[in-house]
Design a protein. Sequence first.
Length: 262
Amino acid sequence: MEPRRSEALILRLRGLGESDLLLDMFARDLGRITALVKGGKRSQKRFFGLLLSGHLVDSQLAPPKKGSDLWRLDAASLLAAHVGLRLDYQRLIAAAPVWELLLRATAPQDPHPPALDLALATLSRLERANDPAELAAGLIVYLTRLLKELGYGLCLDVCLLCGRPHAQAASTQLSLAGGLVCGLCPNESPGRGRATAWEVPAGLVKGLAAAQEMELGALGRLRFPAAVLGPGLAFLGEFWQRVIGRDLAGLEVAQKFFFKNL
C-alpha cells in the first residue's frame, strides 16, 4: 500500500510508552483507523495543539506493515478545530457522543463518508448552540440519522408486528426491536415484557422520521418540542446500547445532563 492523504476526524488519543501516542481517527476514504504518532507526547512542532478529539485534520498516513492494522501518522494540518465546543462545557458534553459512536459503532477500515459528513455537520451545529434544548435536538438528530447511515434505521411508518400504517394507529409505542408498535399489538414479542417499549409523546415520531429522511444540509434546522427531548434521548440511548452491545459513557453523561437541565 502507498502512503495516503486523507481528511480525518480525531476520535481518541491514548498514550504509548514515554513519548508516543495511539490516535483513533475516522478518515473519509479509510473509515475508522488507529495510527501511531511517533513522539506525539513531546511534539512541539509537528503536532503541538493539533491532536484533540473533535479536530478535523488533513492527515498524511503511512500504511500498516504486513500483518498489522496500525497506520503511522507522519504529518497533519488542521482543517477545523470546532473551537466553540470547548468554550462551553455544555456543548462539549453534547459533542462527546458524536465521536464516541464513530469509535464504538463502526467497523475498522470500513469507509463511510456520509457518517463523517453527518458528524461534521452535527459538530458545527453544536458549537453554535446557545441552550440545552438546541444541544439536545442536535444530538437527537445525530443519533437517529447515524442509525440509518450504518444500517440500523428505525421503522417509523408502520407497526413492526402487524404492518399497520402509523397514521392509522390510535396509539403507538417505540420499541427496542427497532421502531413502532401500534396500540393493537403486544408491546414486544413474547417474553420480552413491557420494559422494552416507550410511550411516544406527540411530535416525537414525526421528528425522528424527519431526521432519517431530510437532506443533510437541512438537518440543522430540525427542532423538537421541549416535551419530547428527554423521552427521545432516553429511547435512542437505550437503543444504541442494544445495537452495539456495550455501554456508551459519553452518551450516558449527556443523557443525565439533559435530563437535569431541560
